[in-house]
Design a protein around this ligand. Structure first.
Ligand code: BDR
Ligand code: CA
Length: 311
């Protein structure tokens, strides 16, 4: 199996991404790193522990990471994910605890010991940026980074032209994007086509057991927000696209382009400037995914999570 780390701020779509990972024997999940994003880091950590426990994956170590972005004040997204970050669905208090080691140190140790490892980033990029600053030698050992981040043609979801993970910590994203890593981005241009419509929600509602019940509550809450606020037919499964790409790259289409983060603008600090048409002549630093086989994505997602839920 392919060794991976997941860095995440659960978060409803993060939760689905974790379930997909747990359900996928091709992936060797070495640990879950949490970060402040959708809700503060004490809650994202608690949520990660509860999701592990819900799925019976109590052996997966969870490491709490950075409590705030590098320079900006933390902005959170309770209106999208609920006050607790998981649709305010009460889950049993976790019986497992986060590890004592800080997520940044665990990341460094794991990458140094596991050349070629894949890093899946589902939240603001703070932990990886701090790790790169603390131990630059990790850059040579990281096999690939696949991140839910940014927006090009799709506009913004948390501010005009700003995707939430980029808005929260644009400076961390700059550190990551200029480190010479093999980066793949799943921006809003891609994820806004992967909507949990009524048809998909009906499939979620048929998933069995505690996992089925939780996933139904999560995705109903998540979709209700987007239907009301944006008038779209369902909530976008942003973060599961990262895991799905690692598992099934054939479901996605992308283009290698040069991506810069605008850190200076007063209007859009954190905007991803993607040189789609190669106007600058700059060497590409990321594969930007922009299309998915949406039906294939949902079929495989529900097959996997259905099997996990039934186990
Ligand atoms: C991203 O922001 C968060 O709210 C989601 O979990 C996802 O990672 C989408 O912009
Ligand atoms: Ca997320």
């Amino acid at each position: 199996p392919r060794p991976i780390l997941i860095d995440t701020d659960p978060g409803l779509d993060d939760a689905i991404a974790l379930l997909l990972t747990f359900a996928s024997p091709e992936l060797d999940l070495r640990g879950i790193l949490t970060v402040a994003g959708n809700v503060p880091v004490n809650l994202t950590t608690r949520n990660a522990l509860q999701i592990c426990e819900l799925a019976g994956k109590t052996e997966i170590p969870v490491y709490a990471g950075c409590p705030r972005p590098l320079l900006r004040h933390l902005e959170t997204a309770e209106s999208v994910h609920g006050d607790n970050g998981l649709a305010d669905v009460p889950l049993p208090a976790p019986t497992i605890q986060a590890q004592k080691q800080h997520a940044v140190d665990f990341l460094i140790d794991t990458v140094m010991a596991t050349p070629g490892i894949t890093l899946c980033l589902l939240g603001p990029m703070t932990n990886l940026a701090v790790a790169l600053i603390k131990e630059p030698r990790i850059a040579a050992n990281i096999g690939s980074v696949v991140a839910m981040a940014g927006s090009f043609f799709a506009g913004g979801n948390s501010a005009p032209a700003l995707e939430f993970n980029m808005q929260v910590d644009p400076h961390a994203a700059h550190v990551v994007m200029t480190a010479g890593l093999d980066v793949t981005l799943a921006p809003l241009d891609l994820t806004h086509s992967v909507l949990t419509t009524d048809e998909q929600l009906a499939r979620v509602a048929k998933l069995p057991g505690r996992i089925g019940k939780a996933a139904t509550a999560w995705l109903s809450f998540y979709g209700a927000h987007d239907r009301k606020k944006y008038g779209t037919p369902g909530g976008p499964l942003h973060d599961p696209c990262v895991i799905a790409y690692v598992l099934w790259p054939e479901l996605f289409t992308g283009k290698r382009v040069a991506v810069d983060i605008d850190l200076k603008s007063d209007l859009v600090p954190g905007m991803t400037v993607m040189d789609w048409w190669g106007t600058t002549g700059k060497a590409p630093n990321a594969l930007v995914l922009h299309q998915a086989d949406v039906r294939g994505f949902y079929d495989r997602l529900f097959e996997r999570i259905g099997a996990l839920a039934a186990a």
